[in-house]
Design a binder for this molecule. Structure first.
Ligand SMILES: C[S@@+](CC[C@H](N)C(=O)[O-])C[C@H]1O[C@@H](n2cnc3c(N)ncnc32)[C@H](O)[C@@H]1O
Length: 259
């Protein structure tokens, strides 16, 4: 089949033209513009397999192995959370505090692909400590850190446990932790993402409860992404303030113990 026919057939099956074009261009290692200008070429069978995979609900970013975040391209792979737009708001808040307090370091707990850590290092020059309980996530985060050549120390482990010996010197904690309630049924597309990156007990609060119980945060700023219905519980738990995202929903927790 010609590329133009393939795009039309898959559009009828429900695959947006844009996505078909992105996948064809990726497979043939050409630009989308090139593909559009040469859409009378024969389409290789391998491409049809990719299009079928996408049509079955498998995330586009996992097929491409890349994802956009805060204007940059990052590696991503199955087993590691695909970044969400809300997290750009967490990054913006962090940049504001880093500049206001002239911070020199921070820890990102739950690195995932490392998008928060790498973006903050590039935007502000801050040194990043980072942890994740997932080996796969740590691998991808390190790959992204290498891609952009940032100054960092990423270690496998829970919370800030791998950095206990320097905990007192860490100035800020940034985290987009798991916060989905364990009884929530995910849409098909989310079911490909790692459960340990999403679920956090019956109220989705396990990560926050354990972190604030375990760590003394005197002298530090803690910024965390939260579920839209967790603001009240977290205000009560931490005494911090809640900030809304661009959709007007409670989304970020700020506990400032520098003041
Ligand atoms: C919601 S994902 C966020 C990933 C990435 N920071 C982002 O915003 O796209 C949460 C990440 O935290 C990790 N994680 C879960 N519990 C953790 C813990 N107790 N300590 C460190 N990392 C944890 C998961 O493996 C996952 O990579």
């Amino acid at each position: 089949m010609k590329i133009s026919e393939v795009i039309a057939v898959y559009k009828r099956k429900g695959l947006p033209e844009r996505e078909a074009l992105i996948l064809i261009a990726k497979y043939l290692r050409k630009s989308k513009e090139y593909i559009l200008a040469h859409d009378d070429m024969e389409c290789p069978d391998e491409v049809l397999k990719l299009l079928d995979k996408r049509l079955s609900g498998y995330p586009l970013q996992y097929i491409l192995g890349e994802v956009e975040f805060y204007g940059r391209t990052f590696y991503i792979s199955e087993g590691v959370l695909i970044p969400r737009w809300e997290t750009e708001g967490l990054v913006e808040l962090a940049i504001k505090y880093i500049k206001e307090y002239n911070l020199k370091n921070l820890i990102d707990i739950g690195l995932g692909s490392g998008i928060i850590a790498v973006t903050l290092a590039l935007e502000t020059g801050v040194f990043i400590y980072g942890t994740d309980v997932s080996k796969k996530a740590l691998e991808v985060a390190r790959k992204n850190a290498d891609r952009y050549g940032i100054k960092c120390d990423f270690r496998l482990g829970a919370f800030a446990d791998p950095f206990v010996e320097i905990w007192d010197n860490i100035e800020m904690v940034v985290s987009n932790p798991p916060y989905v309630r364990s009884d929530v049924k995910l849409q098909k597309e989310l079911s490909y993402e790692p459960p340990e990156a999403l679920f956090a007990g019956p109220e989705g609060l396990d990560f926050y409860k354990e972190f604030f119980k375990k760590y003394k945060i005197d002298g530090k700023i803690v910024l965390m992404e939260i579920g839209h219905d967790q603001g009240n519980a977290l205000r009560e738990l931490t005494g911090g303030k809640i900030i809304k995202d661009l959709a007007g929903k409670d989304r970020y927790l700020v506990v400032n113990r520098k003041e």
